[in-house]
Design a protein. Structure first.
Length: 437
């Protein structure tokens, strides 16, 4: 009985400690919206219209979810759930409370999260043993090197190198030309796989082996990939690889992540307040946190009053007529008064777009199953290394892509395959032989 009491008090202390940092992060994010985003980008839908009841309601929901988050951070799925909460759900709740959005919309988004949360929590009771593949780690490396070589061949043959640009402020000037050359046909898949999966897996592997020279070469490659693709997200996901490595060497990685984000946001807010430069604020506050949140509400608003898609833009096109003349992302862009805008959003908004509330529940369950598969595949590997391989596709899934597109186009299936191969017995024998922990 005494042991149970001690354990209960210990868990309570951990929950209370993390909750404080979650609240401080939420407050910092709110301040960024009030002082910067709503003032500079009100014309773009980021209005400041605080409804006191909704604002308090958003905090009550936020605190409840933070308290109920799983405390076992030894599974990649749990860390991904935390990342979803921090990067997606907290900004959605913040935007709801600060912009007086429709209540039913936030509860649709919460339905998706609740389903994913339950699926993630329950999967620990359903375990499977996957057979390993002989020389699997070598096969994984051959795949990585082959795709990297193919990408460079494509860049040379297609002339994609002509659009090389490292200026973050000019990426949109090059993106249309890049899309026609670098992302044309099947090469679009290979480019996404190399940028979002292959190079990150290679960087994580070299960091795991403490091959620092090779790791920094991978960083250099990622900078080159950004210059070729003109997608800022390619730089962001690479920064997460060393971040995971160092965070998971700490006793409380989630706390350290929240503190790091708070410091970053505070610096960006202060910079925006004391200078006329809005670039950093736009990139790290508006674009990273509030654009996906805003688009989630826009998707629900539009598709609650217009025809659902029922996946007629992909696998059901032979049976169901697609109801629009342009892609769904451009449909939403037109709705916002920006016909040239490709307004993509995460899997929950896309699920609602396809199948209403049924899609939200089913798609969230499927993502929960992917979490379960990820845990089963990667239990022989360090959590930070697993996250390094899958973080690119999952960030796309959470903020800018639907489930089907993420699985194939953004490389989620490839990342799971590489993890499966790397977790082979051959990999384990080499690790044990070299005494690597």
């Amino acid at each position: 009985m005494i042991e149970n009491t001690i354990k209960h008090n210990s868990n309570y202390g951990k929950i209370k400690g993390v909750l404080v940092w979650f609240i401080l992060f939420r407050v910092t994010l709110d301040v960024g919206y009030i002082l910067f985003v709503s003032k500079v980008y009100a014309y773009d839908g980021f209005v400041l219209d605080i409804n006191s009841f909704k604002y308090i309601e958003s905090y009550c929901i936020f605190v409840l979810i933070a308290v109920l988050l799983p405390r076992n951070g030894q599974r990649p799925s749990v860390i991904l759930l935390y990342i979803y909460f921090i990067v997606v759900l907290i900004p959605q709740l913040s935007f709801y409370g600060l912009s007086n959005n429709e209540r039913w919309m936030v509860y649709v988004l919460l339905l998706g999260y609740a389903t994913l949360h339950i699926a993630t929590t329950m999967q620990q009771y359903i375990k499977i043993e996957l057979k390993t593949i002989k020389n699997g780690s070598n096969i994984a490396r051959y795949i990585i090197y082959a795709f990297t070589l193919l990408f460079f061949m494509h860049i040379v043959i297609s002339g994609g190198y002509k659009y090389f640009n490292l200026d973050l402020t000019k990426v949109y000037e090059f993106r249309e030309d890049v899309g026609k050359t670098v992302y044309s046909g099947i090469w679009g898949y290979i480019t996404n796989w190399v940028v979002k999966v292959v190079n990150l897996a290679m960087a994580g592997w070299f960091l795991y082996k403490k091959n620092w020279l090779a790791f920094f070469v991978c960083i250099g490659l990622q900078v080159f990939y950004f210059g070729i693709t003109s997608h800022k997200s390619s730089l962001f996901v690479m920064m997460l690889v060393p971040a995971f490595y160092f965070l998971f060497r700490k006793k409380n990685p989630i706390k350290m992540l929240l503190v790091s984000l708070m410091i970053l946001l505070t610096i960006v807010i202060c910079f925006a307040q004391f200078t006329d430069n809005v670039f950093l604020g736009s990139l790290f506050i508006r674009r990273l946190f509030y654009v996906p949140a805003h688009l989630s509400f826009v998707y629900l608003d539009f598709f609650s009053n217009n025809p659902h898609v029922f996946m007629s833009n992909s696998i059901t096109s032979a049976f169901i007529e697609y109801p629009y003349n342009v892609s769904t992302a451009h449909v939403v862009g037109e709705y916002l008064g920006k016909p040239d805008m490709s307004a993509n959003n995460g899997f929950i908004a896309s699920a609602y777009m396809h199948f209403n509330l049924y899609g939200v529940v089913v798609f969230s369950l499927i993502v929960g199953c992917v979490f379960w598969l990820l845990d089963s595949i990667s239990k022989r590997l360090p959590v930070w290394l697993c996250l390094s391989v899958v973080v690119g596709p999952f960030m796309s899934l959470f903020t800018s892509s639907d489930l089907g597109t993420t699985l194939l186009t953004h490389g989620l299936l490839l990342s799971l395959l590489l993890l499966y191969l790397q977790s082979s017995q051959e990999f384990l024998r080499k690790r044990n032989k070299n005494g690597i922990n």
